[in-house]
Design a protein around this ligand. Sequence first.
Ligand SMILES: Nc1nc2c(ncn2[C@@H]2O[C@H](COP(=O)(O)OP(=O)(O)OP(=O)(O)O)[C@@H](O)[C@H]2O)c(=O)[nH]1
Ligand SMILES: [Mg+2]
Length: 450
Amino acid sequence: MNTRDTIAAISTPPGSGGLGIIRLSGPQAREIAAAILRLHPNHEWIPWRITHAHLLDEDGAPVDEVLVSFFAAPRSYTAEDVVEISCHGSPVILRHCVARALRAGARAAEPGEFTLRAYLNGRIDLPRAEAVRDLIHATTLYQARVAAQQLEGSVSRAVAPVKTALVELISLLEAGIDFAEDDVEVASSAEIDSRLAAVLDGLGRLLASYSWGKYVHEGLTLAIVGRPNAGKSSLFNALLGEDRAIVTDIPGTTRDTVSEAFSLEGVPVRLVDTAGIRESTDLVERLGIERTERAMADADITLVVLDLSQPLEEADRVLLGRTENMGWRVVVGNKCDLPRRLAEPLEEIAVSARTGERIEDLKRLLVARIAPEGIAAPQSGLITSARHEALLREAQEAAQKAREANALGLPHELLLLDCYAALRPLDALTGATTADDILNRIFSTFCIGK
Ligand SMILES: Nc1nc2c(ncn2[C@@H]2O[C@H](COP(=O)(O)OP(=O)(O)OP(=O)(O)O)[C@@H](O)[C@H]2O)c(=O)[nH]1
Ligand SMILES: [Mg+2]
């Protein structure tokens, strides 16, 4: 992909809107804009100023009245010259504007190419580029807050102290090897161990934030299962806060899975109501039950609903048995507003889907399950990306190996290999450490005297 040409694209979503924006980025941005617009005869390209203009068709007739903003390199989104043309939001006008820009010498931008350029031009690092994508796709405000913090560099900031500690250790080991004859003190095994322990501690903390961060990013699926009439659809509605699924006193009301999105403390949740599980000869009901099975297999968390106002039935026992070893099961006793007739104390929480009693407690319990460490503040540099998690884990393994090598008293040359192996994935995460970084540290922290 050429990264020196000028690219153009519609930056607003498809369909009609009040406004639509065309973005041009690259060395010819101004030239191309001038070719397709009628600007004021005395127009000058003054950075960060908005000017009024007309968008013209091929025959030079105006097709829209537009506002044009100019961002001069390197202080723009892409760090190149950027011109944004704010048109009225008709898809016809927007497509026409891009088509004309292409004829005037622009190239159609690939998906994400503006952000790619910002990255290639060194304006943002990789975690920030990824945050742009997450911000655009946020479906809850909490997700947006986390992504906005990442755009500000929260991930790189959180990783930086670990990386610094590692680079310091590497410099120490390198210096010990390179300048051994010059009476530079070689680091003691205890000192190396405590430095590696600090690195591992930092990595462990970052990785722990992923247990919640993963759900912030990907959301989760919560399936409600139980025998007919246990109150699954009622619980579904109570959690959503709206009458979405049909509720009747006829067992077997829900025949198909019904799903709806809601936000659990900012985590996007897909809530799935299912057909009650029982032996059935009815074809439609049997097909519904098959779908319940699939929903259970796909769910991150399964809510098993028991009817507290009825004795336990065979169908309940079967379901409890089948979900017992699923890590993410919550047994909910429903209808706590009625006299209790369920003898066994099987439920983890008793609620009433009808009155809404303890539904908020149930939500809190679910949050506690997915965030055992508590909900992270968006600015804490929480890890939400599987790519980051994999890299941190790789660093952790290598640092662990280094610690073991140190405990065994292996030569520092070998230890260094593990330390570099731990540094590499962190570099891949936030950007490279150069040999200069290490040399500078060696020469700034040691008085070699040469
Ligand atoms: N008293 C009381 N009744 C409830 C409660 N939850 C549900 N019900 C009633 O129980 C009956 C069944 O409720 P549903 O929500 O349709 O049950 P379901 O589990 O979805 O049933 P199927 O779709 O047939 O499998 C309805 O008459 C509800 O009004 C509750 O907490 N208290
Ligand atoms: Mg139902």
